[in-house]
Design a protein. Structure first.
Ligand SMILES: Nc1ncnc2c1ncn2[C@@H]1O[C@H](COP(=O)(O)OP(=O)(O)OP(=O)(O)O)[C@@H](O)[C@H]1O
Ligand SMILES: [Mg+2]
Lengths: 738, 366
């Protein structure tokens, strides 16, 4: 039968390849081993020829062996005429003498000693593990005769232990490559012989490889390293992380998370309610202003808060003359985080409010319930799941936040920055940083899971398919006026923060000298390289992430393949993981053979793509679910293969989702900091890190300029994107041609 | 456009769908085997959920059979993906590309085949002419009526001159008049290009009027195949009889086998009828199946079954008389009612038939 034939093909191909693979592996290693052995022989015979005549010089001569063969140790045996045998005379390391004493009567040793007696250098046919220079190493042991001047007599015998390190690591590398090529070949052969549709097979395989290497592998490596101290398995790092000094940091993170989440949810709800459920007029303006902070660069709001309320702040010092302020610490951090994160709560809650069918409220009002009663018994309960979701999301974001605490934490210790200090500080402890980030993972992942599986299940909101167009005013005029005033105060404050940044860019020395100057703008030429590389890497990442996300969405929604759920989970994983952990894990995993990527631009692009993939993927999946599968099937039926279907049908149809994931990736790449800070190099620098270092050095003018530049770029891209999305005249509303 | 017509063969094809939540598998198609001769139009007829679409999708290549093989012509296509098969499918929902104009929709298959653009223009125009949409090339598919969309889908399928045309309830979204027109149109085009076609429907009129052969399915199994008249006149089970047309069933007892006939006891009468399609033995119960147009009304006491007229429905060329009998209500169709005696509602009558117009069947409901 068909399948049997395929199986035979596959097995045949596999056997042939593996035989060839093993043969090549053997040939390479054995010829390399021969070469190494030959080289050792040559060096040993050269060394032996330099043997001093006088016996008292021998010990110092023995010590020179390690300058000729790195790491080697030697033992000199002199010929004892009385007993007619060789006895130890001197050695460069006691352990080699010990080895000789233990092994002198073994078959291998005797044989080699005999050869030496007949003036031939010989390598003992097995290897020994020795402790040399305080390290356990596997060594090859050579026995060489010291030939007397007459040329036919041995005056002594030299035993040299040569550590195997260099040759064996080379051998292991060849081994790894042989194994990897075998695995790669088998996978490819498997897809080719068993998949009815090899292209899909290869796309799935490619996704698995990408996710395996860039999501699973670094996390596993980070986890592994967190259990290693000095190359040995131990719980030391975890013990340190769970010691009081770091539990304080965890506590700090949690306190900050709870206060930020609570404040953000309240503000988010207020504004969402105002926009979605009242007859308030300037809805568009307010929505736009309220979402602004989502796209603003990290550090910018902190910077602006420092400019206004810091020790030399405009408001705190110049206006109120307060001296030292307490903007650094929990209070200030909560303020800044709330401003940067309440948009998340706003968007989540207004999404839920919008979907509540206002006929339910009408019904309640009809039953003579007052507006307040209606709100209390109908509207608010229906919104609760949304509120909880929003709270969890902000909480997660606050814990993972890294930029704001770096500038503003003061005496408050939080885990994300502690992890960073651990890695970059004196200790330079990657494993320790990983442990602290894992600690951070606990609350964020639990919040994520609770949000995903519990809160979203409790949602009562049903999408009716016909959005209600009428709206019932739920507030009385005075209440509405108060709400409006509060909202405008908050938004006015945000606007002021942005204006402060722009003002900061034109002021000579904030806090001391407020004269107008353009001098700060030299930050642009100074940071030109960073601007270019930040922009370049973001521009590369956006389409890559967009295309991978859409292709993966197509595979996940439309194709059947084993391990689909697993692939989806792995791809979504980075969403729940703090950037700090990803950054540290990448440094751990990609700073060694066989994938040395740290220092390249590639690793930064990969990091952007992997981290922003989840959002794009979700966009793509949602978009594809709304498209009738028979559209793609028609294309395939007419002769299009999978890539052609993707290019000519899927991509154009999910264009809005595609564009928005590209924009999202671009913005996130432009404003990245938490993972990137571990991955940047002199060649590939990031603008946000420049802003950080200017801010840390109190050069606020320069920092303000760069913030302004970043905001301008991001806004520009948004404007462009709006133009692009508008122009989909054919697809508008006609995704299903039923 | 000259191509040799090819046959489509299914050999013991079974399709099982895995159920996600550990429930038992769904058997959508069970051991289907049939041959569609080159140039024939065969309909798959059956109630909803009987596996028609699944069968069609396996021929098109969108589903892989769990067991069995599928041949197009002489070549085994079981494991070939849809884009490598010389089939074209018209989906129930048309599957038009919403982001392309009508012209580009129709041209899609040709562009994939790297036909040069002048040739494409010419052939798309021809094909739009064929379906009567020559002036609609620039429209977006979303801005066409259901019938027009359907014709675009037809043009798009036909332009690549497939050897096999697969149609999944293509007319179900259309109004009655348009449906009739398109039916004739599809049949005409299929015949003139002598394309092999498989047509899925649950409308028996469509199946009867359109096809060379009909395959009746139920619960994933093929129950009967044959020419439309064969299926109608000689159904092999109560299910097929009832599904392809109106029928009355009368219970009988088999008394004695005589050559290739059975003597049955029915209502104290002895009737000699042809052997049933399934094996039965003396003393078994059976049913006689009669079509309404094979039944006659006679004066009280003169036929086989006594009853009273409950209602007459006048249809112009015929009259349908509903008769209350001990075996339930029986429909009798009286053709050309003006030339015959019509019994008034409430009158006592007797129903008779000639024994060569009835069929002895197994009494099982299916
Ligand atoms: N992808 C699938 N997964 C699981 N079960 C399926 C799938 N597709 C079809 N089925 C099941 O297989 C059976 C046959 O379905 P099929 O679509 O072939 O029916 P059909 O005869 O075309 O019905 P209709 O006339 O309603 O279109 C049904 O019970 C259906 O639920
Ligand atoms: Mg169907």
């Amino acid at each position: 039968m068909f399948r049997k034939k395929q199986l035979i093909h596959f097995i045949l191909a596999a056997v042939i390849f593996i035989t060839a693979d093993i043969w090549i592996y053997h040939t390479l290693t054995s010829s390399f081993d021969k070469y190494v052995q030959q080289r050792d022989f040559n060096e040993i015979s050269l060394f032996v020829q330099t043997a001093p005549q006088k016996e008292e010089n021998i010990p110092s001569w023995l010590n020179e062996v390690s300058s000729i063969i790195p790491g080697a140790a030697s033992l000199y045996l002199s010929y004892d005429f009385d007993s007619g045998s060789f006895v130890p005379f001197a050695s460069s390391d006691d352990n080699i003498t010990l080895l000789y004493e233990q092994q002198r009567d073994s078959e291998e040793f005797k044989k080699a000693m005999e050869s030496a007696y007949y003036l031939e250098t010989e390598q003992i046919s097995r290897q020994y593990t020795l402790t040399l220079n305080g390290q356990k190493v596997r060594t090859g042991v050579f026995v060489a005769p010291i030939i007397a001047e007459n040329g036919y007599e041995a005056t002594g015998t030299l035993i040299i232990a040569v550590p195997e390190s260099t040759s064996s690591s080379y051998g292991r590398l060849i081994g790894t490559f042989a194994l990897l090529s075998a695995i790669a070949f088998m996978l490819i052969a498997w897809v080719v012989s068993f998949s009815r549709d090899p292209v899909t097979g290869f796309m799935v395989l490619a996704l698995f490889i990408i996710v395996g290497i860039f999501v699973a592998f670094p996390l596993i490596e980070a986890l592994r390293l967190s259990f290693m101290t000095d190359g040995e398995f131990s719980f030391d790092k975890w013990a340190l992380a769970l010691s009081p000094s770091y539990i304080v940091a965890l506590w700090g993170s949690l306190r900050l998370g709870v206060s930020t989440a609570t404040a953000s949810t309240i503000i988010g709800f207020l504004i969402a309610f105002l926009v979605e459920r009242t007859s308030f007029k300037q809805k568009r303006t307010v929505s736009t202003l309220a979402t602004m902070p989502v796209i603003s660069p990290p550090f910018s709001l902190s910077l602006s808060i420092i400019l206004l309320f810091g020790n030399n702040g405009l408001i705190s010092k110049q206006l109120l003359n307060m001296g030292n302020t307490s903007i650094y610490g929990l209070g200030g951090l909560t303020l800044v985080q709330t401003i940067s994160m309440f948009p998340i709560a706003f968007l989540t809650i207004s999404g839920v409010l919008r979907q509540i069918d206002s006929t339910v409220e009408d019904a309640s009002l009809d039953l003579n319930a007052s507006r307040w009663q209606t709100f209390k018994s109908i509207t608010f309960p229906l919104t609760v799941p949304g509120i909880l979701s929003a709270w969890m999301l902000v909480f997660t974001n606050s814990l993972a936040d890294f930029a704001n605490p770096l500038l503003l934490s003061g005496n408050l210790r939080v885990l994300s920055t502690e992890a960073y200090m651990m890695v970059t500080g004196r200790m330079n402890d990657l494993g320790g940083g990983a442990v602290l980030s894992f600690l951070l993972l606990l609350p964020t992942v639990s919040a994520f899971l609770v949000q995903r599986f519990w809160v979203s299940k409790k949602s009562f909101v049903t999408v009716t398919g016909k959005p209600s167009t009428t709206l019932t005013e739920l507030t009385t005029a005075p209440v509405r006026r108060i709400l409006t005033a509060v909202a405008w105060i908050i938004l006015g404050f945000i606007l002021m923060l942005y204006l402060t940044i722009i003002a900061g860019a034109f002021v000579k020395n904030w806090g001391i000298d407020y004269t107008f100057t353009l001098a700060n703008w030299k930050a642009i030429p100074d940071s030109w390289d960073s601007i270019v590389s930040t922009l370049l890497l973001a521009l590369i990442s956006a389409p890559v992430a967009g295309i991978i996300a859409m292709a993966a969405a197509m595979l996940i929604v439309r194709k059947k393949f084993p391990g689909k759920k697993f692939l989806e989970v792995l791809m979504m994983t980075p969403y729940a993981i703090p950037g700090t952990l990803i950054g540290i894990a990448y440094v751990i995993a990609f700073n060694k053979q066989p994938l040395i990527l740290v220092g390249t631009g590639a690793i930064i692009v990969i990091n952007y793509v992997i981290r922003e993939l989840p959002v794009g993927l979700e966009n793509g999946i949602t978009a594809l679910h709304q498209i009738d599968p028979s559209i793609e099937e028609s294309a395939q039926d007419l002769g299009a293969d999978v890539p052609t279907v993707f290019k000519t049908i899927v991509l154009p149809l999910v264009r809005p989702a595609f564009l928005s994931s590209m924009t999202y990736t671009f913005v996130r790449a432009m404003t990245a900091v938490s993972a990137i800070i571990f991955l940047i190099s002199a060649r590939w620098y990031h603008l946000t890190i420049k802003i950080l270092s200017y801010s840390e050095n109190l050069r606020f003018g320069l920092a303000s300029v760069l913030c302004t530049v970043l905001i301008a770029i991001v806004l520009g891209v948004f404007a462009l994107m709006n133009l692009l999305v508008k122009d989909d005249k054919l697809t508008r509303k006609t995704i299903s041609t039923r | 456009m000259d191509k040799k017509s090819v046959s489509v063969t299914l050999e013991n094809v079974t399709k099982r769908f895995k159920d996600v939540k550990g429930k038992s598998d769904v058997i959508a198609v069970k051991d289907a085997r049939f041959i569609v001769e080159g140039g024939d139009l065969v309909t798959l007829l059956g109630p909803s959920g009987c596996g028609k679409t699944t069968t069609l999708r396996m021929v098109a290549g969108f589903e892989l059979p769990t067991e069995g093989k599928i041949f197009i012509g002489d070549s085994d296509v079981t494991f070939l993906p849809p884009n490598k098969r010389d089939t074209a499918t018209m989906f129930q929902s048309y599957g038009l590309f919403p982001h392309m104009s009508v012209f580009d929709n129709v041209a899609y298959g040709l562009k994939l085949r790297k036909v040069d653009s002048d040739e494409i223009k010419k052939r798309v125009q021809e094909s739009l002419d064929l379906v009567g949409l020559s002036t609609y090339g620039d429209r977006a598919p979303g801005k066409l009526s259901g019938g027009q969309q359907q014709r675009v889908a037809l043009a798009r399928s036909l332009i690549v001159t497939p050897s096999v045309l697969l149609l999944d309830e293509p007319l179900s979204n259309l109004d009655a008049l348009l449906r009739e027109q398109m039916r004739v149109e599809i049949r005409r085009i299929q015949k003139s290009l002598s394309i092999t076609a498989i047509y899925v429907t649950h409308d028996r009129v469509e199946a009867m009027s359109l096809s060379d052969r009909v395959i009746v399915m139920k619960d994933g199994e093929i129950r009967q195949m044959g020419a439309p008249d064969e299926i109608y006149e000689k159904p092999n089970s109560r299910f097929v009889a009832g599904f392809v047309g109106k029928a009355a069933f009368f219970p009988v007892t088999l008394k004695e086998k005589r050559d290739d006939k059975w003597i049955c006891l029915f209502n104290k009468h002895e009737l000699v009828v042809s052997r049933p399609p399934v094996e039965m033995k003396e003393g078994d119960k059976g049913v006689l199946m009669a079509r309404p147009e094979s039944l006659r009304l006679e004066e009280k006491g003169k036929g086989y079954i006594e009853g009273t007229v409950r209602m007459n429905v006048y249809l112009g060329n015929s009259l349908e008389s509903f008769i209350q009998t001990p075996f339930g209500e029986v429909l009798v169709q009286i053709d050309d009612p003006h030339s015959k005696k019509v019994f008034a509602e409430g009158e006592a009558v007797s129903i008779s038939f000639s024994v060569d117009r009835v069929r002895l069947l197994h009494p099982d409901e299916n």
